[in-house]
Design a protein around this ligand. Structure first.
Ligand code: ACO
Length: 430
């Protein structure tokens, strides 16, 4: 941490105050404006938190200009090549890569918390058959707080740890159950002789009448996608988990709130929106028109899967996924006309001055939907897949928040633009 400061002079009163400049191990320093209101009587205004750091965190680092993403210091490219999703989850939560004994104990614990309470099935059955699986996931995860009273004392580090394990373990079980309910298939129990990813694929696709022939390419691709989606510092859903967490809410409620935030098309819902957009464009020859529409300020249409608040050069996850997309489609022998549309769109946007000037590049979700489609994951499950992976990050941040002595309830202020004080008029006189 540095002892540098920044001086701020209020030109109206000529009063100068000195504000601490806080630095981390990497990245831009931040001006600590905590005493601004007390000293000058002003709030700061930063819609969308474009220039605001909300917390200190040692979990994930992003350099948006250089296209760098580090989990606990390890470059995403190295983790994508050598690690597995479950090992990455361990890393995010614990801060260090596990040795063999620690990993096997972690895997064993996660594996033995994969079952969901039988009563939760009744809860799922309360949904209409065509409910979106994100709605079912969000409701079911929030409901876990009603099942696990032994992990609701957030002041107890062991209960917090166990809640994190439960969330990582049960998310695939509940996600696959939501999907199977929506298509009228019987819910499958988790098979504990399988690894995390393969077990999930079995719960998704196995039917009682025949064994599942699973191509290992599918499990490998899904594992990689989960690694890439596992965390992304203070993104909208993680910030939501932290904001809800700051009130002292239980971990299941916090993660359910994170799922709700993820669902929006500006965030995790983009992967579903990308596929819908590609299908709507339909053919590579219509790409030009779509690009023009996205540039038209009178239209609300945006190129889904393009742009990122932090990455203004390239999204390193998109680079990894782009290469993988071609490999997976070749390995699975899938030829998808939507991929042609995607590639044409990517090239058209990368050449177009509108997108170049605004530094709008394909993000991770531009390609992930195409791979999910090749893996036969239904479109409405795309954001659910993201939620399963991001649970590792959500719980890591929630755990970190509860160890941070600076944590206090998140409570922003506002610039009020409504009516000034006025007197009530009885209804007959209005
Ligand atoms: N298509 C067309 N124009 C765009 C797009 C897009 N996808 N994204 C941004 N722009 C334009 C805006 O209209 C704006 O133009 P202007 O300067 O002329 O007004 C400019 O680029 C800056 O855009 P902002 O909305 O201010 O950028 P912000 O950082 O707030 O938003 C976001 C980032 C939400 C990702 C945005 O780029 C977007 O909506 N993209 C499409 C949705 C998407 O892919 N979301 C996934 C994000 S990644 C993730 O969550 C995993």
């Amino acid at each position: 941490m540095s002892d540098k400061t920044v001086q701020l002079t209020d030109s109206a009163t000529n009063k100068t105050i000195t504000l601490p400049l806080l630095s981390g191990t990497l990245g831009e320093p931040a001006v600590d404006i905590g005493k601004l209101y007390k000293e000058l009587g002003y709030f700061t205004f930063d819609p969308g938190f474009v220039s605001t750091a909300s917390t200190r965190s040692a979990i994930t680092f992003i350099d948006g200009d250089a296209g760098v993403l580090l989990y606990r210091g390890y470059p995403i490219e190295q983790l994508a090549k050598h690690s597995s999703f479950l090992e990455v989850a361990y890393l995010l939560i614990n801060g260090e890569l596990p040795d063999t004994a620690k990993f096997s104990a972690f895997e064993d614990e996660v594996t033995h918390h994969t079952m969901m309470h039988e009563s939760l099935k009744n809860f799922l059955h309360g949904f209409h058959y065509d409910a979106h699986p994100m709605a079912m996931l969000c409701g079911s995860i929030a409901s876990l707080s009603a099942f696990y009273h032994d992990t609701l004392d957030i002041g107890d580090p062991e209960q917090r740890r166990l809640a994190a394990i439960r969330l990582i373990a049960k998310m695939p079980t509940i996600a696959s159950a939501a999907y199977r309910y929506s298509i009228g298939w019987p819910i499958r129990y988790p098979r504990n002789n399988l690894d995390y990813i393969t077990r999930f694929l079995h719960m998704m696709f196995e039917v009682p009448s025949e064994p599942l022939a699973l191509n290992p390419v599918v499990a490998k691709a899904l594992d990689l996608l989960f690694i890439l989606h596992a965390d992304h510092e203070q993104n909208a859903s993680t910030s939501t988990v932290r904001l809800v967490g700051s009130t002292g809410a239980n971990p299941y409620a916090c993660v359910a709130a994170g799922i709700a935030a993820l669902w929006g098309p500006a965030h995790g819902g983009a992967n579903e929106a990308v596929l819908k957009m590609l299908a709507e464009i339909g053919d590579a020859k219509n790409v030009g028109k779509a690009v023009e529409r996205a540039k038209d300020k009178n239209s609300s249409f945006r190129l889904m899967g393009f742009g990122h608040r932090v990455y203004k050069n390239f999204d390193p996850r998109a680079t990894i996924i782009r290469d993988m997309t071609h490999k997976v489609l070749a390995d699975l022998n899938v030829s998808d006309p939507l991929l042609d549309v995607a590639l044409e769109l990517e090239q058209a946007a990368l050449k177009d001055p509108y997108f170049v000037e605004r530094k709008l590049y394909p993000n991770v979700d531009f390609y992930s939907g195409i791979i999910y489609k090749a893996l036969k994951i239904p479109t409405e499950m795309f954001t659910v897949m993201f939620a399963i992976a991001r649970t590792a990050g959500w719980v890591a941040h929630w755990l970190e928040q509860h160890q941070d002595k600076d944590t206090k309830i998140g409570r922003p202020r506002q610039i009020y633009t409504g009516a000034v004080k006025r007197d009530y008029t009885p209804i007959a006189k209005r």
